[in-house]
Design a protein. Structure first.
Length: 193
């Protein structure tokens, strides 16, 4: 008997393969709640399609962008302008791309990461279905998780101290974005993990 995770991977893989069969490429967004399994799912799909996986965590705002106004904008705590310029535009033109990862430890951009064009690219992470980005995707996926399980997973991966920051700041910002931008409603596939 298949586990929930295997069914989710199988259904998503089938959708991606269908896109490849009909149009020769697939640009996929996996959005959803913190600790819902977005990274795990994208990592499970990567070897199946030899695809590029881009993490939205690499596009957090730089210190000079972190203004009160920007944080009040639903989904404004991610650098969607940089995602458009460094990832989306080159992919849509059929090119490889170079992007700089944001490093939370140094609060700066790292040296550019070069990626060749592949027929499947997955944008993984909260804010990947931001209204500025969502229309370019061939498939949008939303993952959710029950609040108690979400907290358990965050504590397990980040510890009690960092979990407080998630609960006080990052989760409320994500929830504001999910609700205000109607993220769940814009996704073709939805899974509870």
């Amino acid at each position: 008997m298949q586990s929930t995770s295997e069914k989710m991977i199988g259904e998503l893989a089938s959708q991606i393969q269908s896109l490849l069969d009909t149009q020769g490429r697939a640009l996929v967004a996996i959005d959803g709640r913190c600790a819902s399994g977005k990274t795990t799912l994208s990592e499970a799909l990567q070897p199946l399609f030899d695809c590029n996986v881009i993490h939205m965590d690499d596009f957090f705002l730089q210190p000079h962008q972190r203004t009160q106004e920007r944080y009040q904008e639903p989904g404004g705590n991610v650098d969607y302008e940089r995602v458009e310029a460094e990832i989306i535009k080159p992919i849509l033109a059929g090119n490889g791309f170079v992007y700089q990862r944001f490093d939370c430890q140094t609060m700066s951009l790292k040296e550019g990461q070069k990626r060749g064009w592949k027929n499947v690219t997955i944008m993984e992470g909260a804010y990947s279905c931001h209204p500025r980005l969502r229309e370019v995707y061939d498939l949008r996926v939303f993952l959710t998780v029950e609040p108690e399980e979400q907290v358990r997973r965050i504590i397990a991966r980040s510890g009690e101290e960092k979990a407080k920051m998630f609960l006080q700041k990052w989760i409320p910002l994500e929830e504001q974005y999910i609700e205000a931008c109607r993220v769940r409603e814009c996704c073709e596939l939805q899974f509870e993990t």
